[in-house]
Design a protein around this ligand. Structure first.
Ligand code: ADP
Ligand code: MG
Length: 262
């Protein structure tokens, strides 16, 4: 069983530190949710894990089965079994969805091995049925002119086709109406199993009604500040995120001379 261990991660963009000493561990077969207010660094964490070149890791490590991925290019991380679904999926004009997925699968095969076209389409249609996607999506350019919900569904289609060991899903619920949300959640639930570890990033508890996580983590100001079971998500739903700001104020007042000399 594979596992990912993020240890004391610090990461910056343009010299500004966004991830500030973050620790998290997850294994294949587990679904972990990361929740947190906007701006807490959730998407940054996803991008740093994927190997986005704009971010600089200044301290700490990301280990996949004990091996650091930090020096690996994004495609190498992907071949090692790491999949990323982005909050804002990009459009790739001129490349059909089918060709894109076929190339992505082909890229994972050993040198000289060819993906069988019949097998590929069989697999593609099977996964599209799972996600209730119409066949016409195979011929359309990747995400071009897709609605928000269709883009998210397309990300999950990529996940279904590539069968990675780990998937980081960044706000897969954002921009989805309730019907699309249920289809996406249903798709993820069908893909759940001992071979897939999921890091589900979300701002709202809503998604977690449909994809029930094994563990919930709260992220704030670039760190995990609380971890617990699925009930933590419900607590956040009722309490909101304001208590995090209170914690900030307490931390600030504790550090102020007025309090220290009292
Ligand atoms: P979240 O996904 O939790 O809403 P983000 O990871 O998108 O948070 O952003 C975390 C912080 O990093 C925010 O304060 C944001 O303004 C800042 N940030 C993100 N991208 C950049 C960038 N390219 N340049 C400077 N700051 C950035
Ligand atoms: Mg985000």
């Amino acid at each position: 069983m594979s596992s990912i261990s993020v240890q004391n991660l610090h990461a910056s963009i343009n010299g500004q530190e966004i991830i500030r000493g973050l620790d998290i561990e997850f294994s294949q077969g587990e679904v972990h949710a990361i929740m947190g207010p906007n701006g807490s660094g959730k998407s940054t964490l996803a991008k740093v894990m994927a190997g986005h070149p704009d971010y600089e890791v200044t301290a700490g490590d990301i280990l996949l089965d004990g091996e650091s991925v930090l020096e690996m290019e994004p495609d190498e991380r992907a071949r090692k079994g790491l999949f990323m679904a982005f909050q804002y999926p990009i459009e790739i004009p001129g490349v059909s969805n089918a060709n894109f997925l076929r190339a992505a699968l082909q890229a994972r095969l050993p040198e000289g091995e060819e993906l069988d076209a019949t097998d590929f389409y069989h697999r593609l249609y099977e996964k599209m049925d799972l996600l209730e996607m119409r066949r016409e999506f195979t011929a359309r350019a990747v995400n071009e002119g897709f609605s928000g919900g269709e883009k998210k569904r397309n990300e999950i289609l990529q996940l279904a086709i590539l069968e990675p060991a780990f998937a980081v899903l960044d706000e897969t619920d954002s921009g989805l109406d309730i019907d699309a949300l249920k289809i996406v959640a249903n798709g993820v639930n069908k893909l759940r199993g001992p071979k897939l570890g999921v890091l589900l990033i979300t701002h709202y508890q809503r998604l977690l009604n449909y994809i029930v996580p094994d563990f919930v983590h709260v992220m704030h100001a670039g760190k995990i500040v609380r971890s617990g079971g699925k009930e933590l998500a419900l607590e956040l739903e009722s309490k909101g995120y304001d208590w995090l700001k209170q914690d900030d104020n307490e931390a600030a007042s504790l550090a102020s001379p007025a309090v220290l000399t009292k």
